[in-house]
Design a protein around this ligand. Structure first.
Ligand SMILES: Nc1ncnc2c1ncn2[C@@H]1O[C@H](COP(=O)(O)OP(=O)(O)O)[C@@H](O)[C@H]1O
Ligand SMILES: [Mg+2]
Length: 268
């Protein structure tokens, strides 16, 4: 017989060890009104994502991928349906409350890295901690540790222009990690990188995932999606398919890769 849960104190949050569902959307909808027509960018999306999953989101342009990520990332509010993040209903929160949820729980990674240009890697990584009100010495320590974790300990004082595209994306990943989020959301994280560097970034994301981090990646590349353990495909604002797969190992593929190395330069 299954052992009953030890205790429930009514405080349902991510620190509860038995809570495994991190993201739950039910009939999530987002409408945009353009003139007198309404675009159903999300037309009823119900998905459940557990802590520790690595999910790839795919689908043609206009299928609702970014809208879905914006909802999951608490960047925008749905027109209908519910969204529970770590058991907490976030659909009804104010803009300020959503900002707090983002800062505490979500790390964002973008195609174009979105680093501040005339600012060191170290300072870029510290930025979310500035917003969170973490004192200077603690900030420096935590940001430095995250740069080491992504393999850039020796580049802390470099500015983005002095780093390759892959290194810039590592800085962006360190920045996403610095608040110890529950979730990493990456929208086309390899879209501006060459094949080999893309593999490096996927190997890094897989390593983080093996350490327990929940990761959702939007990609239009099948080659990238195969490193995820689950593939959710969108079409016309709906989930068209949702499949588990055995992920390929990016580190192994990288070791076997014989294509050109990153030309040290910036991706376009
Ligand atoms: N801010 C907006 N205003 C109006 N329509 C939008 C807006 N954002 C997205 N849409 C529309 O919603 C649909 C889904 O867009 P999006 O989520 O960006 O798709 P994807 O990321 O899969 O390309 C598209 O038809 C798009 O034109
Ligand atoms: Mg998009």
């Amino acid at each position: 017989m299954a052992k009953p849960r030890e205790r429930f104190d009514g405080n349902c949050n991510a620190s509860d060890p038995w809570l495994t569902v991190l993201i739950e959307t039910r009939d999530l909808r987002k409408d945009y009104t353009l003139g007198d027509s309404v675009v159903h960018a999300l037309a009823g999306v119900s998905v459940s994502i557990d802590q520790g999953e690595f999910v790839a989101v795919m689908g043609p342009s206009g299928s609702g991928k970014s809208t879905f990520m914006n909802m999951v990332g608490c960047l925008d509010r749905p027109s209908g349906g519910t969204y529970l993040l770590a058991g907490e209903d976030v659909a009804g929160k104010t803009a300020d409350e959503l900002a707090a949820v983002r800062n505490e729980r979500i790390g964002f990674v973008f195609q174009q890295f979105n680093l501040l240009p005339r600012t060191s890697a170290q300072e870029n990584v510290e930025l979310p901690l500035v917003y969170a009100g973490v004192p200077g010495p603690e900030r420096h320590k935590r940001a430095a540790a995250k740069l080491v974790e992504v393999g850039l300990g020796s580049r802390a004082q470099h500015h983005p222009a002095q780093l390759s595209g892959g290194q810039q994306q590592r800085v962006a990943i360190a920045r996403a990690l610095v608040n110890d989020p529950a979730l990493i959301l990456a929208d086309e994280p390899t879209g501006a990188l060459d094949s080999r560097t893309s593999l490096e970034i996927m190997a890094l994301l897989q390593a983080l995932n093996r350490g327990g981090m929940t990761i959702i990646v939007v990609t239009h590349e099948q080659d990238i999606a195969r490193y995820a353990g689950r593939l959710i495909s969108f079409r016309d604002g709906r989930v068209k398919s949702d499949l588990r797969q055995t992920p390929r190992d990016a580190a192994a593929d990288l070791a076997a890769y014989d294509g050109p190395a990153e030309a040290g330069g910036m991706a376009a």
